[in-house]
Design a protein around this ligand. Structure first.
Ligand SMILES: C[S@@+](CC[C@H](N)C(=O)[O-])C[C@H]1O[C@@H](n2cnc3c(N)ncnc32)[C@H](O)[C@@H]1O
Length: 217
C-alpha cells in the first residue's frame, strides 16, 4: 500500500465509523462517496469553510422563507452538499431537489451522497443558461456558485418573474475558477438586480468574504 492509498483507506474507515456512531444519513452518504468515487474532490467541497457557508445559507433560508418547499432547483450544485444538508435538517419539509451542474463528472457523486433521499433527489448534467426555467416547477432556485458564472444578471433574466432565489457569491478574486467575484455586498446587490431583497448579508471567512441574497427576481 502506498501513502496515498493508506491515507484514503484510513479516512474512509474513519468516516464510516463516524457515520455509524452518529447515525447520520449524510455522513453515511459521504463515506459511500469516498468508497465509490475516490477521485472526487469531496475534501474541498465538504471542508469547514464550505460547510460554514452552507449552514449560514440554510439558517438564513429557514429564517427568511421558512422550511416548506415543493421543489428546490439548485444550479451549479457540484457534489450535492447543500441538497444533502437541506434534506438532513428536520426543520425542512422538501418534496424534491433537482441539482443541475454543467460538469458531467459530478452528478453520480451527488446521487451517491444523497442516496438516503434518492426518491426526492436528482442530479442532472446541464448548462444553467440553457434550462427551460418556466417548466421546472421550482418554488425556490438556489445558486451558491455565482462567482463561477460569467453573467449573473443574464442568467437571472431567464427565471420567471416572481421566482424566489437564494444567491451566494464572494470576493475571492485570487481563485482561478472564480470568474465573476464581487468586491462588496452592495456590488452583489447591484449585480443581481433583484426586484425584492428579503435578506442580504456578508460572512467574513479567513481568506475571503461570502455574500448572500435571498429575494425575488
Ligand atoms: C466549485 S463549485 C461550487 C462552489 C460554491 N462555493 C458552492 O459550494 O456552492 C461550482 C460549480 O458550478 C458549476 N458550473 C459552472 N458554470 C456552470 C453552468 N453554466 N451551468 C451549470 N453549472 C455550472 C461547476 O461545474 C461547479 O461544479
Amino acid at each position: 500500500m502506498n501513502e496515498t492509498t493508506d491515507w484514503h483507506e484510513n479516512a474512509f474507515d474513519l468516516m464510516r465509523g463516524v457515520a455509524a456512531y452518529t447515525g447520520s444519513p449524510l455522513l453515511k452518504g459521504l463515506s459511500k462517496v469516498m468508497a465509490r468515487h475516490p477521485d472526487a474532490d469531496v475534501g474541498n467541497a465538504f471542508n469547514h469553510k464550505q460547510v460554514g457557508c452552507k449552514l449560514w445559507g440554510r439558517d438564513a433560508l429557514f429564517d427568511t422563507l421558512g422550511g416548506r418547499y415543493g421543489r428546490i432547483v439548485i444550479l451549479g450544485g457540484w457534489y450535492g452538499i447543500l441538497a444533502s444538508m437541506l434534506f438532513d435538517d428536520d426543520r425542512f419539509e422538501i418534496g424534491a431537489v433537482d441539482s443541475y451542474d454543467i460538469d458531467p463528472g459530478v452528478g453520480s457523486v451527488a446521487e451517491t451522497l444523497n442516496g438516503a433521499w434518492a426518491d426526492r433527489f436528482r442530479a442532472i448534467t446541464a448548462d444553467m443558461y440553457q434550462l427551460p426555467y418556466g417548466e421546472l416547477g421550482a418554488d425556490l432556485v438556489i445558486n451558491t456558485s455565482c462567482e463561477h458564472i460569467a453573467d449573473l444578471r443574464a442568467w437571472l433574466t431567464l427565471l420567471p418573474r416572481g421566482t424566489r432565489v437564494l444567491l451566494q457569491s464572494n470576493d475571492y478574486f485570487s481563485e482561478p475558477t472564480h470568474i465573476n467575484c464581487v468586491p462588496t455586498l452592495d456590488a452583489f446587490v447591484d449585480q443581481a438586480g433583484l426586484s425584492d431583497v428579503a435578506f442580504s448579508d456578508s460572512l467574513p471567512m479567513k481568506k475571503y468574504t461570502r455574500f448572500m441574497l435571498i429575494g425575488t427576481v
